[in-house]
Design a protein around this ligand. Structure first.
Ligand code: SIN
Length: 285
């Protein structure tokens, strides 16, 4: 079968057909997928009814997998490579609205694991149960954002370092206490604000909910600049909104995209996605 690549949005995102992730992937097909991934940053692979083993095997073709910080959550798997992005507990009961297990925070633009010294490269979400409406995932093109950023803002951003802090960003989204263990395990880290792509050196703005403070800047100025960058990066022409169908596998490059989940009727509708995350190959600074 030939792999086809169909662009889905103005500046990034494409659909891939002609591959079956239940089978081992030939090297030549993987090279085509990798080339499309480098170009488009977000790939949608429809009709992939895969299980956890198949998802892990496919994800590993792109690098070493991260250990999820929440792999053993209620309803989730006990496999450290898998993040459970769902709202059903192990008895199939919906989590109450606002429950910490429902991952408050993912409704804000973020880049996966930007709170780690070595942040994530690629993330892959496999749609296992989707609600009839809502619950889409939106992606914003941070490379397109850099390319279209006014020169004076590029000059201000270049060379800056930003503190990313999961504990602080989570406090914005939930009033539930973060465990002392987690605070110790996940201290703030420093990331570059302008990030050349590890493969092709094309620049992207590196922002998101965990980006708390530009180092050395007064707080108000830092807040205003991070907000202005986010507003620019998430303007409609730089955003692709993915409406989930059961069996979709969507993979994205965290070095050049932020994402967020859209609302749905979580009080009555289950939504279960399984995520694997490929680790980056080094710190950003
Ligand atoms: C995530 O942030 O990895 C999950 C996004 C989603 O639930 O749509």
């Amino acid at each position: 079968m030939t792999i086809t690549v169909t662009p889905l949005a103005e500046t990034f995102a494409a659909e891939i057909r002609g591959v079956d992730l239940r089978q081992p992937i030939f090297d030549a097909d993987l090279a085509d997928i990798q080339a499309a991934f480098d170009e488009y940053g977000i790939l949608v692979l429809p009709d992939q009814e895969i299980n956890d083993d198949q998802q892990i095997a496919y994800s590993r073709r792109f690098g070493t997998l991260e250990t999820s910080i929440r792999y053993n959550r209620d309803g989730g798997s006990n496999r450290p490579e898998l993040s459970y992005i769902g709202n059903l507990d192990k008895n199939g009961k919906l989590y109450p609205i606002g429950d910490e297990r429902g991952l408050p925070g993912t409704e804000r633009w973020h880049s996966d694991s930007s709170f780690r010294t070595v942040p994530a490269y690629a993330s892959m979400l496999s749609a296992r149960i989707v609600p009839p409406t809502g619950g889409e995932t939106e992606f914003a093109d941070l490379r397109g954002a850099w390319d279209t950023l006014p020169k004076d803002m590029q000059d201000r951003a270049e060379g800056q370092t930003v503190i990313h802090d999961l504990i602080k960003s989570r406090k914005v989204s939930t009033d539930q206490n973060v465990g002392k263990d987690e605070e110790k395990r996940l201290p703030p880290v420093r990331q570059a604000l302008v990030r050349p792509h590890p493969k092709n050196q094309r620049k992207a703005i590196y922002i998101g909910a965990h980006a708390i403070q530009i180092e050395g800047w007064p707080e108000a100025e830092s807040d205003a600049f991070l907000q202005a960058l986010t507003k620019h990066a998430t303007q409609p022409k730089l955003v692709y909104r993915h409406t989930w169908r059961k069996g979709d596998l969507v993979m994205w490059d965290n070095t050049r995209a932020v994402h967020r989940r859209c609302a749905w009727d979580a009080a009555t509708q289950p939504r279960v996605l399984i995520r694997t995350t490929v680790a980056g190959d080094g710190p950003t600074i």
